[in-house]
Design a protein around this ligand. Structure first.
Ligand SMILES: NC(=O)c1ccc[n+]([C@@H]2O[C@H](COP(=O)([O-])OP(=O)(O)OC[C@H]3O[C@@H](n4cnc5c(N)ncnc54)[C@H](O)[C@@H]3O)[C@@H](O)[C@H]2O)c1
Length: 391
């Protein structure tokens, strides 16, 4: 048995519910000992609801001798300060996406983690779910041959969504950064690093609050950055992928994710979900849905809560904890997180300059071992998928 890693969560808002529930119940490598928030009442509520032993201040977590790993679930615009404080205090850090809102700060944090020999894991960890891992296996085993191209789209009314989630009104709230990152992350997991990006962009419209029930007195706002991006990505493997993120339309989501190969076509499931299936299409054959080859399909086997549709968030933390214990790289590592951010930033830069932007950084993400499953007895009991996170 690997020694459990004493872990603390910083940031006890909406997404902390599913993290804390999963980390407390699904991953034997994690010992969740404390939660903290700049608002102590929020941390106390989560500790009470999920049975976390201690509520600590952020400074107490940083100063603790026993806590090895800190999970940062604060909004993106405060990531830099929280991550830096924890790395300087000698903690391994897992952070929700994106590492930070600026490339300069992200690079500084990656360098700091390297200097101190610490792990810095970066969401989204949906790429480790059954959906994307099965798609990866299909590619790795040559089911569609060499990928020559692809098309990826997602649309929402991001300004309307920002009425409910206030942090979307600031930097990092645009559709490409908030949601497009799941698509970029899945592309990276499936196809590897990007070598060049060319893009056009359009800003969000100024938004007049609509929801009377939200009782929000906020003045009209405009989400910063490009809320629509149309980009072309050239991957190191040679694939050319067209990407469209449109946050200026309606919330009737059309998530398309299609990869074209020399032998077939792969329709990849929704990359925001852990268990959205993919299918393969061959010439003159009916479309064939692929059975999952991996665990973590997003299906809850524990007592139900209103947050279960957020799936198996926390896999990336557990996988990183095994990496720490076994002195190997973690899959959703800092280089992967930095490359995700570089791709998003390159889209903005290309849209602003009218020129293609070259990328030079690399990352390596090994697939998880196949053949492990999250549940058995028709979904009623938990199976042994945690074993797939060990090596
Ligand atoms: N909401 C979602 O659907 C969702 C899904 C996946 C990932 N995420 C990501 O998770 C992160 C948090 O999202 P959320 O929806 O839980 O946000 P939230 O606003 O509900 O919660 C954030 C919490 O962080 C606390 N906080 C803010 N600044 C802090 C600081 N300096 N130190 C300590 N605590 C601080 C706030 O008090 C709040 O409790 C973001 O990075 C977001 O992109 C959100």
């Amino acid at each position: 048995m690997d020694k459990k890693i004493k872990t603390a969560v910083v940031g006890c808002g909406m997404i902390s519910n599913i993290y804390i529930k999963n980390l407390k119940n699904l991953f034997s490598i994690i010992d969740l000992v404390a939660v903290g928030d700049r608002n102590p009442a929020a941390a106390e509520e989560k500790a009470r609801t999920y049975g976390v032993p201690r509520v600590m201040t952020i400074d107490e977590i940083a100063a603790s001798d026993e806590i090895e790993l800190v999970i940062n679930l604060t909004p993106a615009f405060v990531h830099y300060g929280v991550i830096k404080q924890m790395l300087l205090a000698g903690k391994h850090v897992w952070t929700e996406k994106v590492i930070t809102n600026t490339l300069e700060e992200a690079r500084e944090l990656v360098n700091l983690a390297n200097e101190k020999g610490l792990y810095l894991g970066v969401a989204p960890d949906t790429v480790l779910g059954a959906g994307i891992q099965t798609a990866r296996r299909a590619l790795d085993t040559g089911m569609i041959g060499d990928v020559s191209s692809g098309v990826v789209t997602i649309n929402r009314n991001q300004s309307l969504n920002a009425e409910l989630f206030g942090f979307l009104r600031g930097n990092g709230g645009s559709l490409p950064y908030d949601v497009g990152v799941y698509y970029v992350a899945a592309l990276l997991c499936l196809l590897g690093p990007v070598r060049a990006v060319s893009a056009f962009g359009a800003p969000a419209k100024t938004h007049e609050p609509e929801f009377l029930y939200a009782n929000d007195e906020a003045a009209p706002w405009q989400i910063p950055g490009s809320n629509v991006i149309s980009a072309s990505l050239r991957f190191r493997c040679g694939a050319l992928v067209s990407v469209l993120f449109d946050g200026n339309t309606v919330g009737a989501e059309q998530h398309n994710f299609i990869l074209f190969g020399s032998r077939g076509v792969l329709k990849v499931g929704d990359p925001e979900k852990f268990g959205s299936p993919s299918s393969v299409i061959y010439a003159d054959q009916p479309e064939c849905v692929l059975p999952f080859t991996h665990g973590y399909n997003g299906v809850n086997t524990l007592e139900a809560t209103p947050f279960d549709h957020y799936g198996h968030r926390g896999i990336g933390v557990a996988e990183m904890a095994y990496a720490i214990r076994r002195s190997r790289p973690n899959r959703c590592g800092k280089e992967y997180g930095l490359h995700c951010l570089e791709v998003l930033a390159a889209m903005e830069e290309s849209a602003a300059s009218g020129h293609a932007v070259e990328l030079h950084t690399d990352f390596d993400m090994k697939p998880l071992a196949p053949g492990y499953y999250s549940s058995f007895f028709g979904g009623m009991a938990r199976a042994d998928a945690e074993r797939s996170l060990m090596d």
